[in-house]
Structure formats: structure tokens, C-alpha cells
Design a protein around this ligand. Structure first.
Ligand code: ADP
Length: 523
């Protein structure tokens, strides 16, 4: 069954490294069915990986055959992902909350050999052409074996695929991002070098398994020999339950999208004071609205707040400490410099590399951790894996991110927004992010989203805002006057709507398409 050579980068080898040095340390701490905390040591986790791998190996699958894993993050699901990695079977994580249509479209697209589901999930109609299995602490049970495959490959190489993540669509139509073992292992080694996680950290993950932010948490925690603490989804529904769980599990680092913190900041920020063990918060996936970030910083004095910027196509690109304290006039957050072993370059509209502070351009990433390509989409791949603009003659490809940034005085970058959030209004190029930044300067507004809404053959600009307290009210007239003073006339929203929460995607990012539909509906 040994398909990986010790000299070859492999996700399983990196993450199960601590078995040799700290076998009894908890790798995963999770809540059992009754909510009690249960520890899985590195040794036990590795044993579970071996058990799963033995069953998978008996199915006659070839290196490169895909396994869709439908589960929340748990010791069992981590073990299954690692068993797949060990055998060179790319895993495709899907969250149990994924709508049937999305799951079906993923199954159709990746044509997996096996669809493995965590025990205890709601029943879904199985897909006839795909093998199916159930897994849990007691093992991996194959319900319908996959059709026999031809074994053409003997070894798992560093260039082989570790996983395929389907993006959620906040960056365009969902695409299957194919990541190799070499890319993900090189990335996680950089995280170790940069010391993001210490071996004594207890790292809470809050993202669904289908979002690579969850894989990031699993990766950085286990690579460092630390402890992963998946937060049960039910605990994320209420600020009190979320804080209670983080406290009981003695979490020292929390990973989450900015919207994770919105309910607790609005309803009862003082709850956060109970988190005495907390040392750092890593947020990623989208911009953290500055008023909310400021509040988080004030409520958690001394806790390091880290802005993780990047895309699934390289897992992440940079980790930048939020200035402490955030200056009163801070308008955009720094995304700094790339992590160790990578570099971000700013490129202008004519493809020229920008080096002058103050200039704005698109971020290109040089990195050994770039994705291999989009699953079954060479055209989309070629559009973003492009020749290095600094020296195209090398033949090296770099990642064209589609993100805009401004260059600071010391070469650090400030995120400005996605280039596709640039819209045309009456012939003027407008960054929706700039309008949102202006709205969050209004006293009671803590988060905002602007969008173009179709109206009578044209488009009008509308905005939604979240206020700092549930009972607060917005003086819309004054807010529009404020916008008129702060922004050019064509950037002033036609209307501003107060909402208790911005609509979110399954991954917890602002869902602009849904907001546009809501604002377009006649009221
Ligand atoms: P999707 O959202 O479609 O699932 P990704 O998760 O890969 O796909 O989204 C990556 C994009 O998210 C980046 O290109 C960038 O626009 C945005 N993003 C990620 N992290 C940050 C951050 N810290 N600040 C601002 N934007 C971010």
C-alpha cells in the first residue's frame, strides 16, 4: 500500500509528522453528540488514517481517482482526507449543507470514483454511477463499490493532485481549483516558517469543509503539531454558544471570515472578554469592515488580529497584522507583503510592473504554491496562470488575482477590491468598495455593501448597511447628504437600506448577487 516515498512532498506525510515526535498530544478536540469535549491524539488519528486507507486501497483505485467527501470538519473527516492524500486520491470536500443541485453539479463535473459521507447526515439520493461509502469513528463502510478502474500509476508524486476545491462563486462562476501536494505542502511549510501557529496553540476552525479556509486551519494546526478545534455549526448560530465553546475548549487562535464576528459584536461584545486564553484571530476571505474590526480590537485588547489575504488558487498569499491600535483615519486595511517564499507584484493596465508608492494596479502572485489549473477548464486556467509580467521570457507563470491594490510607502499593499466589482456608472469607473468605505464612516454604520440594481432598462446604485446595535436607526436623509459630501455625484447611492445582517454565501462572505435580488424586488 506504500505509494508515497519519504522524499516526496505529500500532505499526509506533513500533517502526520507529529506522530513521530508527540504521538499522545491531542491532534483534534471536538464536541461529541452530547456536547462534551473529546480528544483524538496524533497516534489515534494516524491509526484512523491507516484504517480508512486500508479500505480505500482495497477498492483498486488509481492515483488521481477522485473521492468526494461530504462532511463537517471532525477527527474522522480529517483522517479520511489524509487517507486519500496518502494514496494519491484527490479529495473534493463538500459541506453537508450544500444544496442538492450544487452537489450534483460537482459530482457530474469531477466524476469521482467514490462519494463518502459522514455517518449521521441527512439522507440524500445517491448518484447511481458513483461508488458510495459511509464513514465515522468505527470505520469506512463501502455501500456500493466504485466500478473497477485501471491502475496505471504506481507512486504518488509531488505534482499529483491533493485536492479540488470548488469556489463559492464570490469570484465569478464556481470553478474547481486543483491543488497539488507540492503546492499545499510548500504553502504550509511557509506558514511554519512564519510562525503563524505555535505547537501549544489550540486552533478553532469555523468554516465549512468545502471552503479552503477549513483546510487551511487543518493544515496549519497539524503541520505545527498543534491542536485543531472544529467549532460545531450549531454553536455558530448564537454568540453565547460560540463564545462558550471557544472558552470551554481553551482555544488560543480562531479562524473565520469577518462575518463570524458580526452577531457577537452587535449583540453583546462584552461576551468576548471571557476569552482569556485567546492569543490571535486570523480572518480571511473578504475585507473586514473597519468599524467592526476596531470594535473587535477594543474588546480583545492584546489579541493579535491577522488579515489573511488570498484566493483558493494559492490557498492564501499574505498574513498581515492589523495595526494596533487602528489609526482613526485608516480607510483600507494593509495586506502587506506575501508570506515567506512568495511575492506579490502590482501590475498596471498596460502590463507594466508598478513600483511607485501611491499607484494602483492588479496583484500578481509569484509562488511555488500556485494551483495546477481549473478542473476541466484550460481556457479559464490560461486566463489567470499567465507569463510573469516582470520577465515573460523565463516561461514562468504567475497568478493574475483579479484583485486591485494600492502600493504603500514601503512596498506594502492595501486591498482596494476585486476588479470585477468595478462597475460603470454613467460612463464613470466606480469601485463599489469605495462607496462601502464611505458608508462605514457614518457614525452608526459598521458594515455596508453597495450594488448596481437593474431598474427600467438601466442600473441604479443601491446600498445596504448594518448598524452597530439592533435597536439603532439610520437617518437616511443625513446619510445620503454625507455621501453627497464625500463622493462624486454618480457614486451616491439612490437608496440606503438598513438590514440586520448582510446576505451571506455558504462560506460566510457577502452574497452580492442575493443582495442585488433583494434590493431589486419591489417593496
Ligand atoms: P470564492 O469566494 O469564489 O469561493 P475565494 O475564496 O478563492 O473564492 O476568494 C478569493 C478572493 O476573496 C480574493 O481574490 C479576494 O478578492 C477576496 N479576499 C480574500 N481574502 C481577503 C482579505 N483578507 N481582504 C480582502 N479581500 C479578500
Amino acid at each position: 500500500m506504500e505509494r508515497t516515498h519519504p522524499s516526496v512532498d505529500n500532505l499526509y506525510r506533513l500533517l502526520m509528522g507529529p506522530v513521530a515526535t508527540t504521538p499522545e498530544k491531542p491532534a483534534v478536540v471536538q464536541a461529541d453528540e452530547n456536547g462534551a469535549l473529546e480528544e483524538t491524539s496524533y497516534r489515534r488519528l494516524d491509526r484512523q488514517v491507516e484504517e480508512y486507507a486500508a479500505v480505500l486501497d482495497g477498492l483498486g483505485l488509481d492515483v488521481g481517482d477522485r473521492v468526494v467527501v461530504e462532511a463537517d470538519t471532525s477527527a474522522a473527516s480529517v483522517a479520511l482526507l489524509l487517507a486519500c492524500a496518502k494514496l494519491g486520491l484527490p479529495f473534493v470536500p463538500v459541506s453537508p449543507q450544500s444544496p442538492d443541485a450544487r452537489l450534483r453539479s460537482i459530482l457530474r463535473s469531477v466524476e469521482p470514483a467514490l462519494h463518502a459521507r459522514a455517518e449521521g447526515l441527512d439522507h440524500r439520493e445517491p448518484t447511481a454511477s458513483v461508488g458510495s461509502a459511509l464513514f465515522g469513528p468505527s470505520g469506512l463502510v463501502v455501500e456500493r463499490p466504485p466500478t473497477r478502474r485501471v491502475r496505471r500509476r504506481r507512486n504518488v508524486l509531488a505534482t499529483d493532485t491533493a485536492y479540488i476545491i470548488f469556489t463559492s462563486g464570490s469570484t465569478g462562476t464556481p470553478k474547481g481549483v486543483v491543488m497539488s501536494h507540492r503546492s499545499i505542502v510548500t504553502f504550509l511549510r511557509a506558514m511554519l516558517a512564519d510562525g503563524l501557529v505555535a505547537p501549544d496553540d489550540r486552533v478553532a476552525g469555523t468554516s465549512p469543509l468545502q471552503f479552503d479556509f477549513a483546510l487551511f486551519g487543518i493544515g496549519v494546526a497539524l503541520a505545527a503539531g498543534a491542536t485543531l478545534v472544529p467549532v460545531p455549526r450549531a454553536n455558530l448560530d448564537s454568540p453565547r454558544r460560540m463564545v462558550g465553546f471557544l472558552k470551554d475548549a481553551e482555544v488560543t487562535q480562531v479562524h473565520g471570515v469577518p462575518s463570524l464576528w458580526r452577531p457577537v459584536l452587535r449583540v453583546d461584545p462584552d461576551l468576548l472578554k471571557e476569552l482569556g486564553q485567546l492569543r490571535s484571530v486570523v480572518f480571511a476571505g473578504e475585507e473586514f469592515p473597519i468599524p467592526e474590526l476596531r470594535r473587535l480590537q477594543e474588546t480583545l485588547p492584546g489579541v493579535r488580529l491577522v488579515n489573511g489575504y488570498g484566493a483558493t488558487e494559492s490557498m492564501a498569499a499574505s498574513f498581515t497584522d492589523v495595526p494596533d491600535p487602528l489609526p482613526a483615519d485608516q480607510e483600507r486595511l494593509p495586506i502587506g507583503h506575501a508570506h515567506s517564499g512568495a511575492e506579490m507584484t502590482l501590475v498596471g493596465r498596460q502590463g507594466e510592473v508598478l513600483t511607485e508608492p501611491g499607484l494602483t494596479g492588479e496583484i500578481y502572485l509569484h509562488s511555488p504554491s500556485l494551483f495546477t489549473g481549473y478542473w476541466n477548464d484550460p481556457e479559464a486556467t490560461a486566463a489567470v496562470l499567465v507569463p510573469d509580467p516582470a520577465e515573460p521570457r523565463h516561461g514562468q507563470v504567475v497568478l493574475r488575482t483579479g484583485d486591485l491594490a494600492r502600493l504603500g510607502d514601503h512596498g506594502e499593499l492595501y486591498f482596494l477590491g476585486r476588479s470585477d466589482y468595478q462597475v460603470q456608472i454613467r460612463g464613470n469607473r466606480v469601485e463599489l468598495g469605495e462607496i462601502e468605505a464611505a458608508l462605514t464612516r457614518l457614525p452608526a454604520v459598521t458594515a455596508a455593501a453597495a450594488t448596481l440594481v437593474p431598474r427600467a432598462g438601466d442600473h441604479v446604485l443601491m446600498a445596504a448597511v448594518v448598524l452597530d446595535r439592533p435597536e439603532a436607526e439610520l437617518d437616511v436623509r443625513a446619510a445620503l447628504d454625507f455621501c453627497a459630501r464625500e463622493l462624486p455625484a454618480y457614486m451616491v447611492p439612490r437608496s440606503i437600506h438598513t438590514v440586520p445582517e448582510l446576505p451571506l454565501t455558504e462560506n460566510g462572505k457577502v452574497d452580492r448577487a442575493s443582495l442585488t435580488r433583494t434590493l431589486a424586488a419591489p417593496r
